[in-house]
Design a protein around this ligand. Structure first.
Ligand SMILES: Cc1ncc(COP(=O)(O)O)c(C=O)c1O
Length: 1027
């Protein structure tokens, strides 16, 4: 504790700032006070523990304020470097203060004039949770039987705690480095096996964003597999879920496809002739009917189209799978497999198809290959299909794709196994039969011809039924004045069923006799048409029969987790991915029932807590980006790009400029940029970068001028994907505006901007944010993603709408269609971002950006003598990330970037981003959350690897057999009887002393990519492989 006389004025001011009441006015005062501090002092104040002493000039109010100050302040927990480290790091870079460093990094012309203000923020951690709990409690947790693709679930607690709430699972990165990702790769392969088994279709992926966008992906596969461009009509049955139809309609626009909505039973398909690319139906349909689509499949195939079935995954355990009745593609949501409702997401969608369509499957596919020792190893198959390779030729822009939720769904199937899943499905159906009988006995009409779990009930007065349900805190589906929908789920109890029966005026006392009369399984039920009960086995692979006790399950989850390097193990310095801290306080609220158990279509009056939080977020994100309006609907950054470009196109159409259809994209852009542009119906024109990595302004201007009549937009990433704050950005924006185009800013690198500059301040018209990068939502092994877009006022009317987003008079809130199935996308994880912003406030987030830049430059500076840094500004500074040019080693030693990446695994690190944006280089982004010790360890490792390369260059190790090309080294390898290499086992596994305390063992040796792609296996290998 400091003595009275040592308390600095800075500390007193900072404390006072922290303790002022939290209104926007006071936060301005607090900002103003802190602004008078030199950054170095402000940092000290922000990280200093609360002191109880006071200078003699302090008033008693100040002293009292200090006495009450909470100690669990957040900024010092979020940022890695300690105060003393910041000083040392700045000194190493030759700066006296953080502000001096920022001045040398960020062009003065784009700096914000005033500090970023976030009202009602800078809470301590406990305070934050109390504040958010109060907001959460404005949500009313009703029992929702609304269905429409979302149901309540029983999340097995062993999965809830050990996956959803476990940083060992939620902080992993997309498994691009298979040797340190075998755990989640195995789990995602289990997911694919669940999907292929249940749908009866052999090719699948892991995973997609939601059912609506999965329908969009299916549309594109149908269009692309048609030989003629004129085959561009797609039929959609009117009884698909409304949100699926709405997202499909949106998707079709960019491809110039026509969606024909009708009743598949009466529609004259021959009227579409050879224009029919495909047909979408729902199984069961949105009102519960289980239809027989065998004849439809023949009709659609006869006309040369493909049959797409949006299926309910749970029902497929007991109903004939789509693959057995002629479907070419099956899509749907896996939420029902143990993932909370979360007000609409995040949930993983599935996509399964025939072998003929295998190479057209969008997104990430997990495959089976072998490692250098010949052992089985899992990997992302067909990695070259990723958009950053295929770019404008990509047929989908899917990148981040709800992997964590796919893991949950897979584990749900592993835990319950085939019999357990069938029991759940049959139980749901049995309850539904009892409800149907009760309702009919009460004199009402069940309109369904067949059903699995959903009834469409005709009633004299639907409003009266809803009122009675409301009294029991029950939500039913509102269909019309005389029709009500009910969907049952695995969480249903006898008591709840009794409430439902009572709501419909049924006889509760008859329940038990009806229960004994109900068929115990779908296969014996009259409610399912002849021939549609499932005959084929499900989940036959042993993995689904091994882990049914909680002890076994816990060990399986833990065993897989141990194979994966996550942030719980070490830094994951992936350029362009911002793998920062996902703080526990930020994550805790997502499993509160007030957030987790809300149906996306629950009435507005029950979702006031979400409304409050989303309003806050929309306002705060607009402030952060310098924009006027925000939507949180997109489920990933790429989905945000697509939504933003559509907003631009809709705006231009409203100005009579529909002819604007060209999008300029720099050659350095992330592959999702051109892919999204194509999806939005734009033609891509590539703009060059100069030798220093900057946008080539002359080329930009020439192309903007050449295409001025058709120029729609430019997509710019800032700081650039090369990791530099380019000086020319303002001129680039000016050029585009001059030629009538709009500026889309990709916000993947926003972590370097917050509080220093902003897309809106620079003049961009629209930008997305990757909340799973900048704003602390965990990557979860490849999703949940949230990609809000923020726009200037003129684009606000063109943000995506949704069938559920209506004005008071019932008219749509936006004339532009939705990009996601749920109105607020992955709303269930928005509390993470809300908490991040409210914990840090504008001041804290600005400090975060400065620290991110400091960490990157500190590392670049340490590595400069050993590797060349590809791009920096005129002061030699990078932004929040930098590229190490490893191409030179190819000639000098035969070493490629991939060898360095694999060797880093031996040093206990996740390799940085590889081969993008520049082939055969590596891009490092440490983030602000890493401590100086961790940065130093990584630099030590990289320097040691450079020395290892030198040994090859000097002939001390051969080009063919050396410590890099043999990396990573597994336990099996270093403990084998035989050792034939020129270097020792000790050097292979423990090259630096820190590894004695912290060794992470890759669980397989280097994985053979080519073999995996040639021998594509996308579900769990057959039984004999396990014997
Ligand atoms: C620069 C850039 N833009 C866009 C994206 C796509 O974002 P998402 O993966 O959230 O779809 C990424 C993803 O890494 C990126 O780095």
């Amino acid at each position: 504790m400091l003595s009275r006389s040592t308390v600095s004025k800075a500390q007193v001011l900072a404390k006072l700032g922290q303790l002022l009441p939290r209104s926007s006015g006071s936060s301005m005062v607090r900002g103003a006070l802190l602004h008078t501090l030199k950054p170095r002092q402000a940092n000290a104040a922000a990280t200093a523990p609360a002191e109880t002493g006071s200078a003699s000039s302090e008033s008693s109010g100040d002293i009292a304020a200090q006495a009450y100050a909470p100690l669990d302040t957040f900024l010092r927990r979020h940022n890695g470097p300690r105060d003393s480290d910041v000083g040392a790091m700045l000194q190493a870079l030759g700066f006296a203060s953080l502000d001096e460093m920022v001045a040398a990094t960020v062009p003065a012309s784009i700096r914000l004039a005033a500090p970023l203000e976030i009202s009602d923020s800078e809470f301590a951690e406990k305070e934050l949770l109390a504040k958010l709990k109060a907001i959460a409690q404005k949500n009313q947790v009703y029992r929702s039987f609304i269905g429409t693709g979302y149901t309540d679930v029983v999340v097995p607690p062993v999965i809830l705690r050990n996956i959803l709430e476990n940083p060992g699972w939620y902080t992993q990165y997309t498994p691009y480095q298979p040797e340190i990702s075998q755990g989640r790769l195995e789990s995602l392969l289990n997911f694919q096996t669940v999907i292929t088994d249940l749908t009866g279709l052999p090719a699948t992926n892991a995973s997609l964003l939601d059912e609506g966008s999965a329908a969009g992906e299916a549309l594109v596969v149908c269009l692309n597999s048609a030989r003629k461009k004129t085959r561009n009509a797609f039929f959609a049955d009117r009884n698909c879920h409304p949100q699926t139809l709405a997202v499909l309609q949106t998707r079709a626009e960019g491809f110039g496809a026509e969606i024909v909505v009708g009743d598949y039973k009466t529609f004259d398909f021959s009227s579409l002739g050879d224009r029919l690319a495909g047909a979408l139906v729902s199984y069961p349909d949105t009102y519960g009917n289980v239809n027989d689509f065998r004849a439809l499949a023949d009709t659609v195939h006869g006309l040369g189209g493909q049959l797409v079935v949006a299926a309910d995954l749970m029902s497929l355990a007991v109903l004939q799978p789509p693959g057995e009745f002629g479907a070419d593609i099956a899509i749907g949501n896996t939420q029902r497999f143990g993932v909370p409702l979360g007000y609409g997401g995040p949930h993983a969608a599935f996509f399964a198809t025939t072998a003929a369509n295998q190479r057209r499957v969008p997104g990430r596919i997990i495959g089976v290959s072998r490692d250098a020792a010949g052992n089985r190893a899992y990997r992302l198959a067909l990695q070259t299909r990723e958009q950053h390779i295929r770019r404008e030729k990509a047929s989908s822009n899917i990148c981040t794709a709800q992997a964590l939720l796919a893991n949950m769904a897979a584990m749900y199937a592993v835990y319950h196994g085939p019999a357990g899943i069938r029991d759940i499905a049959n139980r749901i159906h049995r309850f539904t039969q009892i409800l149907a009988s009760s309702v009919v006995r009460a004199g009402l009409v069940v309109e369904n011809e067949s059903y699995f779990d959903t009834l469409r009930i005709r009633v004299p007065d639907a409003a009266a039924i809803h009122a009675r349900a409301n009294e029991r805190r029950i939500n039913l589906r509102r269909i019309d004045a005389h029709t009500v929908g009910v969907t049952l789920d695995e969480a249903i109890t006898r008591e709840e069923l009794a409430h439902l029966v009572d709501v419909f005026g049924g006889d509760v006392s008859a329940l038990d006799s009806l229960a004994s009369a109900a068929a115990p399984s779908v296969s014996q039920s009259a409610a399912v048409p002849e021939g549609l009960a499932r005959q084929s086995a499900i989940l036959t692979h042993p993995v689904f029969s091994r882990y049914h006790s909680e002890t076994e399950m816990l060990r399986y989850i833990t065993q897989l987790q141990g194979k994966d390097l996550s942030l719980a193990n070490a830094m994951i310095p992936l350029g362009s991915c911002t793998m920062k801290l996902n703080a526990t306080t930020e994550l805790i609220p997502i499993t509160w029932p007030e957030f987790g158990s809300i149906h996306p279509f629950a009435p507005r009056e029950q979702t006031q807590g979400y409304a409050h939080m989303i309003d806050d977020l929309e306002r705060d994100l607009a402030a952060i980006t310098g924009m006027a309006a925000t939507t949180v609907q997109p489920n990933s950054g790429a989905q945000g790009e697509y939504a933003g470009l559509r907003a631009i196109r809709a705006y231009q159409a409203s100005q009579g400029e529909s002819n604007r259809d060209i999008c300029l994209v720099p050659e350095s852009a992330h592959g999702t940029n051109p892919a999204s542009a194509v999806m939005a119906g734009l033609s891509v024109v590539i703009v060059k970068c100069d030798a220093k990595g900057n946008l080539d302004l002359a080329d930009l201007e020439a192309k903007a001028a050449k295409h001025s009549a058709r120029l729609s937009a430019v997509m710019i990433t800032y700081p650039s994907t090369f990791g530099v704050f380019e000086d020319g950005v303002l001129r680039a924006i000016e050029i585009i505006h001059q030629y009538g185009g709009q500026v889309y800013m990709d916000g993947a690198n926003m972590n370097a901007q917050v509080g220093l500059t902003s897309p809106g301040h620079m003049g961009a018209d629209v930008c997305h944010l990757n909340n799973h990068k900048t704003l602390a939502i965990p990557h979860g092994g490849g999703g949940p993603g949230v990609g809000p877009i923020c726009v200037k006022a003129h684009l606000a009317p063109f943000l995506p709408g949704h069938p559920e987003l209506v004005k008071a008079d019932g008219s749509p809130q936006s004339t532009v269609g939705p990009v996601s199935a749920a109105p607020y996308g992955s709303a269930g994880v928005l509390p993470v971002t809300w908490s991040y912003i409210k914990l840090l406030g504008g001041r804290g987030m600005t400090q975060v950006s400065k620290t991110a830049i400091l960490n990157a430059n500190y590392m670049a500076n340490r590595l400069r003598d050993h590797y060349s840094i590809l791009f920096t500004n005129e002061n030699g500074m990078c932004a929040h990330e930098f590229i190490l040019d490893t191409r030179v080693f190819s000639k000098s030693s035969g070493i490629q970037a991939i060898d360095i990446a694999k060797r880093l695994q031996d040093y206990g690190f996740h390799p940085p981003t590889m081969s993008w944006p520049v082939p055969n280089t590596i891009m490092v982004e440490p983030t602000e959350s890493e401590s100086k010790e961790e940065l130093d360890k990584f630099c030590d490792a990289m320097i040691a690897i450079r020395e290892e390369i030198r040994e090859i260059e000097e002939g001390k190790q051969s080009r063919e057999d050396n410590i890099l090309v043999n990396a990573p080294h597994t336990i099996a390898k270093v403990s084998a009887e035989e050792w034939t290499h020129a270097y020792s086992r000790q050097r292979a596994a423990y090259p630096l002393p820190y590894l004695r305390d912290r060794k992470f063992w890759p669980s397989v040796a280097r994985v053979d990519d080519a073999y995996g792609d040639l021998n594509l296996i996308c579900s769990c290998p057959p039984l004999e492989n396990y014997q």
